[in-house]
Ligand binder design. Structure first.
Ligand SMILES: [Zn+2]
Ligand SMILES: [Zn+2]
Length: 116
């Protein structure tokens, strides 16, 4: 079987027949990285659309803060997402909170995570 002569790649490198040039491999890796990065964010966008709908719905049904009774602008997870990620879109795991109560709850949650 006659050996095929090496070819010259567009980048100027001499490349053995049947193999890919380093520049092509790099392009492949970059394309793959872009693809891998694009997929989860597309899935996350889908989840975020669900969350936005659920959040709006919850604020319409429960317009007042469950702690202090002020007008609520935030929807909080009663059991935090870090503890129960599967209950992220569970309507029974949601509570309406006003901004100050929401940031207070978040700060406590973060402190809890730090001490754990
Ligand atoms: Zn090349
Ligand atoms: Zn409040």
């Amino acid at each position: 079987m006659p050996r095929k002569p090496p070819r010259i790649c567009g980048c100027g490198q001499l490349v053995a027949a049947g193999t890919r040039c380093a520049c092509q491999k790099r392009h492949d890796a970059e394309r793959k990285a872009r693809f891998d990065k694009g997929r989860p964010s597309a899935a996350a966008r889908g989840l975020d659309a669900d969350w936005r709908r659920l959040r709006k719905d919850h604020l319409r049904k429960h317009p007042f803060c469950s702690r202090c009774g002020e007008l609520a602008l935030e929807v909080d997870h009663i059991i935090p997402r870090s503890v129960a990620p599967a209950r992220r879109l569970d309507p029974t795991n949601l509570q309406s909170l006003c901004k100050p109560c929401h940031s207070g709850a978040k700060q406590r949650e973060e402190r809890r995570n730090h001490t754990r």
